[in-house]
Design a protein around this ligand. Structure first.
Ligand code: KE4
Length: 428
């Protein structure tokens, strides 16, 4: 592969954008090489500005479950654009998408749209604090909930990729209200409730995608629910990534545990900037203008973004058996990787749920952040680079998750497995 134009574009970008990127994880820092500048997306593929083509397992970090250039979403966006880009006033399409999503989830009477997952989580935390009149929150090491101050503590995704799980610039006065627990370890949560009588909420990625792919143990979520009930704390499921990806109803379609608030992002916008948070009316009515908890946004519920989101969610509902088919491909892919790794004598842990999958260069199963950090990030980097050379685009960090899109064929999965066999042999 020739990356000449991306190398040039990256050098130019670095002069006017910090790190040359608008989101750190895109910089390829942990895998080496130059971030690829993308010219276009075509179905299951990305084309970079050097005209290299890659089978895309990142899909803009999750939103593009129907791949690039989905005609249904494109048509909806073009139609919406013709009426205007933004009004800063209510539109019927916001109500339509809100009603559709609320109808899909138990205990979700109302939902508020914002412009990113970070904003959805930040707002949900404020709502939980306002509703419970308590200040402390519990998060889990390795979970990433966007870059709002209270949540940048032992965070995953780009934060751990660059070894700054707790970022400078966040005053200790803020993070002192953030208690840390260990994923899949109920004892550590009990410890938090022992140390604070002032916990407003526990926030978790029920299927963690930002320390690598680490699903919660069902029993752990059941016990977490009981603990929150016992101590009058709200349970927040951050489904920005797992929502509509793990199943039609995200993690809630797989686990029996019901949260009090849910945050969404990515798929809910169909590729446009949309985040959302929702829950029962008793909690949601605390939000301004009905209630005292303030939250706002100029482009919240933007009609063009709503059109993309509505087309995306409606298409999910209309596509019979979509997630079962995606999960079959995801499982076949990672099992193929596992066989190839065994042949090469390389320890690899693999897992897949719905359209989400992950693999750790690790000789032991990964149940939490500590386990994940023991992975061989150098070997991950070599694999990532090798697969790029073969035309396959994976998340550029060991601490991320990759995805199957609906436009990926069985042949594409077979080709990816064959490429992995070749690359694993070369890096053993
Ligand atoms: P955004 O603000 O990036 O839309 O959403 C933040 C967020 C919140 N919660 C979860 C579970 C998330 O996964 C995310 C964002 N995910 C990362 C990828 N792991 C976004 C990629 C990036 O930071 O560029």
């Amino acid at each position: 592969m020739n990356y000449k134009k991306s190398i040039k574009a990256f050098a130019k970008a670095q002069k006017v954008i910090p790190g040359g990127v608008d989101s750190p994880v895109r910089a390829f820092k942990s895998v080496g090489g130059t971030p690829l500048f993308i010219k276009k997306g075509e179905g299951a593929y990305l084309v970079d500005i050097d005209d290299n083509r890659y089978l895309d397992f990142v899909q803009s970090w999750g939103p593009l479950i129907f791949g690039h250039g989905d005609k249904t979403i494109e048509k909806a966006v073009i139609k919406a654009v013709k009426n205007g880009l933004s009004f800063g006033a209510p539109t019927k399409i916001e109500t339509k998408l809100a009603a559709l999503i609320c109808s899909m989830f138990d205990r979700m009477d109302k939902i508020r749209f914002v412009s990113s997952g970070t904003e959805a989580v930040m707002s949900a935390i404020r709502l939980a604090r306002g509703y419970t009149h308590k200040d402390d929150i519990v998060k889990f090491e390795g979970c990433y909930h966007g870059h709002s101050d209270s949540l940048l503590v032992q965070a995953g995704s780009g934060a751990v990729t660059f070894g700054t799980p707790s970022s400078p610039g966040v005053p200790a006065d803020l993070t002192k209200h953030t208690l840390l627990a260990k994923y899949n370890d109920i004892k550590s949560v009990k410890e938090c409730f022992k140390n604070s009588k002032n916990i407003a909420c526990v926030i978790i990625e029920p299927i963690a995608g930002n320390m690598g792919f680490v699903p919660a143990d069902p029993k752990f979520l059941t016990e977490l629910r009981a603990l929150c009930d016992k101590h009058g704390a709200l349970l927040i499921f951050d489904e920005v990534m797992s929502g509509f990806r793990a199943s039609l109803k995200g993690a809630q379609g797989i686990y029996n545990t019901k949260p009090d608030l849910v945050t969404f992002g990515k798929v809910i916008g169909g590729g446009m900037p949309v985040g959302a948070f929702g829950g029962e009316v008793s909690i949601m009515n605390q939000l301004s203008p009905d209630g005292p908890v303030y939250q706002a946004g100029t482009l919240s519920g933007n009609p063009v973004a709503m059109a993309a989101g509505l087309a995306s969610i409606q298409q999910l509902l209309d596509t019979e058996g979509l997630h079962a088919g995606l999960e079959e491909k995801a499982k076949r892919l990672v099992e193929g990787f596992k066989v190839a790794a065994d042949e090469a004598g390389i320890p690899l842990q693999v897992n897949a749920i719905g359209s989400m999958f992950g693999f750790f260069f690790n000789d032991k199963p990964v149940y939490n952040f500590e386990d994940a950090l023991r992975s061989d990030t150098k070997r991950f980097a070599a694999f990532h680079q090798g697969m790029l050379q073969e035309g396959f685009y994976f998340a550029c960090s060991q601490f991320e998750t990759s995805f199957i899109s609906s436009v990926m064929s069985d042949e594409m999965i077979d080709e990816a497995i064959e490429a992995a066999r070749k690359v694993l042999k070369a890096i053993k």
